[in-house]
Design a protein around this ligand. Structure first.
Ligand code: FE
Ligand code: FE
Ligand code: ZN
Length: 275
């Protein structure tokens, strides 16, 4: 069965998100672990987490995806910023143990002129300091648009990070259709070619989630501006080609399109119908 959902606000807790996603036709969701610009997280509400686990079990809500604040930069030139990224990620992962067995996605970071190799080294170093054998969350590197000095615009860069992580079994990749388009991979018109390249460089077994977004920009623009499904470069057919690809059949799909809840509901219903 198709696993599809969207980004939801976490402000009212896990159980609320679970009920909300069912009400708009989805069966999985993504949320920010805290304010997307960083900042402190509310204490874990253990009763809410337990109630959600039961609710998810009873209502067929599959694996869910926690998204790190997008300002975390584990390869900043400033050690204080790197340290903040590491502490925030470690704290997020501790908190996610209350909803075990799910996914945690983060943007690898921007090397800000230090060079991509130095960036890769620092990101892997951060992960090696944080991941534990006991943790039950899988940590995902997101494919990036390659804007500015972003690391992760090329599959090879993600592969190099994974190569340097000791606890590889705790790691995976989240593929963002807007980002890969903007990075120059023609995922909408040639999903087979792009996924073959992904498989050769990283391995499809590492792919654990897909962000389905249209893009405001042309192939290779290195921009990262999401668009509503069907209103951008990829188009509804392009998005469906990705969703229908046999290599992705078991994966959860998350919309991160510029929408409020009613817009997400329309997109989820449309994609479910056309799929
Ligand atoms: Fe993201
Ligand atoms: Fe994304
Ligand atoms: Zn994006």
């Amino acid at each position: 069965m198709l696993k599809i959902g969207c980004h939801l606000s976490a402000s009212k807790g896990y159980l609320h998100m679970g009920k909300e996603i069912l009400s708009i036709g989805g069966n999985t969701f993504q949320f920010f672990t805290r304010n997307p610009r960083g900042g402190s997280a509310k204490p874990v509400d253990e009763a809410d987490a337990a109630a959600f686990r039961r609710f998810a079990e009873e209502n067929g809500i599959g694996i869910i995806l926690a998204h790190a604040p997008y300002t975390l930069n584990g390869c900043s030139a400033d050690p204080a910023i790197r340290d903040f990224a590491a502490r925030t990620m470690a704290d997020d992962l501790r908190r996610l143990e209350y909803v075990p067995g799910n996914l945690y996605n983060f943007h690898p970071g921007s090397h800000v002129g230090q060079g991509v190799e130095a960036g890769i080294e620092m990101i892997a170093g951060m992960l090696n300091g944080i991941l534990t054998q006991e943790m039950q969350t899988t940590v995902l590197l997101e494919t990036m648009a390659g804007k500015g000095s972003e690391v992760g615009g090329r599959f090879e860069e993600l592969r190099e990070i994974l190569d340097r992580v000791t606890l590889k079994e705790k790691m995976g990749i989240c593929l963002d259709t807007c980002h890969v388009n903007d990075a120059g991979y023609d995922i909408a018109r040639d999903p087979d070619g792009v996924l073959t390249a992904f498989d050769r460089v990283i391995g499809l077994s590492r792919l654990k989630a897909v962000h389905i977004n249209d893009s405001k920009n042309p192939l290779g623009a290195r921009k990262d501006r999401h668009e509503k499904i069907g209103e951008g470069t990829l188009g509804t057919e392009g998005i469906l080609r990705v969703m229908r690809h046999e290599a992705l059949r078991e994966l959860p799909f998350y919309l991160e399109t510029p929408n409020e809840l009613d817009g997400y509901e329309k997109e989820i219903r449309m994609l479910k119908e056309l799929y």
